[in-house]
Design a protein around this ligand. Structure first.
Ligand SMILES: [Fe+2]
Ligand SMILES: [Fe+2]
Length: 399
């Protein structure tokens, strides 16, 4: 246990060796933490648990810290297994009938994960609160940010917002607070988390942030369920979320391609030259050897997305198919796109990419561009012009 505010303790797990999350969907180069919290007053509350592989370690630390028998109530802000996973173990240790507070969808999720009808589950909604004696815990529903059951809990006495996944980062550090870690690393992980996990729900987040701001909560700490706690200027991350939840862009272009040989990369380099000719910044990735979670972060930050693939078996490369599905799933907003690629005979890939981008809500600025076998100087000149026009379209989008 580590006291983070008077009578409020972090009681989580630092999973230093974690390198992938959600199976292998998400890379976590800087590991992660599962943050559970204890609030002590006349009553003692446990807020969230940890991923179930750590259930024994978590139970031991609860026993050593407050003694599980002394827990009077449990709040489950979100029952995804990385947070609710150890609830079953905790329920074996706390007094029988200990109330669990969660959202309506949380109750359903708990029943369907644990298959127990005898637990004392109490459904709460936004504005409901529970008293611990000298302080109250108030609940704010966060439906579909990012699961149907998600909610936050606010300790109004201490000014601590237990925000669960919102404002989190897959980031592990020896310290507990944002002012104890490298700010650049922290923000790299915070935006990667937003881009990969929360971006699909950006319109809901935009609305919810307005709602939270209107509540005027006197927030002193934002304590998420992953990563470090926002203590220095805690609302800075709320401001960042407000930026990221809109059609966010840092203005550069991403060129992402996969290829069999050298023709598609030559086209990519010529397109990049065209972008540079018009003063546009860009990044180039060969998706065959690229971390897709990092690439999605760059896609999220880009204004323009140019995707290339040579044609293989009448379609795109496997890594490009995955990328296109990711682009669709993440519902990126306010981006422009284009497609290119080399081919030998059938040459469908650029058209398929272009159609996919359109179907994903990307504004396609150029007709798909292709070159047969080895691109000629004329083909490469067309690639440069394609890049130049794309840069102009990006500039027009900004204006
Ligand atoms: Fe989650
Ligand atoms: Fe989580």
């Amino acid at each position: 246990m580590h006291e983070i505010a008077k009578n409020i303790y972090w009681n989580g797990i630092k999973h230093w060796t974690l390198r992938n999350f959600h199976g292998r969907e998400l890379s976590t180069h800087r590991a992660s933490t599962y943050n559970a919290y204890i609030v002590r007053d006349e009553k003692t509350a446990l807020i969230d648990t940890v991923w179930d592989p750590f259930a024994d370690e978590f139970a031991a630390s609860l026993e050593a810290g407050v003694g599980a028998k002394n827990i009077d109530l449990i709040v489950i802000n979100h029952n995804e297994p990385d947070h609710g996973g150890s609830l079953g173990r905790v329920m074996e240790l706390v007094p029988e009938g200990t109330p669990i507070y969660c959202s309506k969808n949380g109750a359903e999720s708990i029943r369907k994960y644990f298959h127990r009808d005898d637990w004392n589950i109490n459904v709460v909604k936004t504005g409901d609160s529970v008293s611990l004696g000298g302080r109250e815990l108030t609940f704010v529903e966060m439906r579909l940010i990012h699961w149907p059951d998600s909610m936050m809990t606010f300790d109004s006495g201490a000014g601590v917002l237990f925000s669960n996944d919102a404002f989190g980062q897959h980031y592990c550090a020896s310290g507990f607070f944002n002012d104890e870690v490298d700010e650049c690393e922290l923000y790299q992980e915070a935006i990667k988390y937003f881009a990969n996990i929360l971006a699909p729900y950006a319109p809901l987040i935009e609305k919810k942030l307005d709602e939270i701001t209107a509540l005027g909560l006197p927030v002193k700490l934002i304590a998420p369920s992953h990563g470090v706690i926002w203590r220095r200027d805690p609302l800075q991350i709320v401001g960042k979320y407000a930026e990221w939840a809109k059609a966010y862009s840092e203005g550069f272009a991403v060129i992402a391609y996969d290829c069999l040989y050298n023709a598609t990369p030559a086209m990519a380099a010529a397109i990049a030259q065209g972008l540079a000719n018009r003063g546009a910044a860009y990044k180039i990735f060969n998706t065959g050897g690229t971390d897709m979670s990092d690439l999605m972060t760059d896609m999220f930050c880009a204004r323009g997305i140019i995707v290339g693939s040579s044609t293989v078996n009448n379609t795109v490369h496997r890594s490009i198919a995955g990328l296109l599905d990711d682009i669709r799933g993440h519902r990126l907003r306010g981006k422009i796109g284009a497609a290119f690629g080399s081919y030998g005979w059938s040459g469908e890939a650029p058209r398929l990419i272009s159609e996919h981008l359109k179907g994903s809500g990307i504004e396609v600025a150029e007709e798909p561009l292709r070159a047969q076998y080895a691109p000629t100087p004329d083909d490469l000149r067309k690639c440069v012009e394609f890049g130049e026009r794309f840069a102009e379209a990006m500039a027009a989008k900004r204006a």
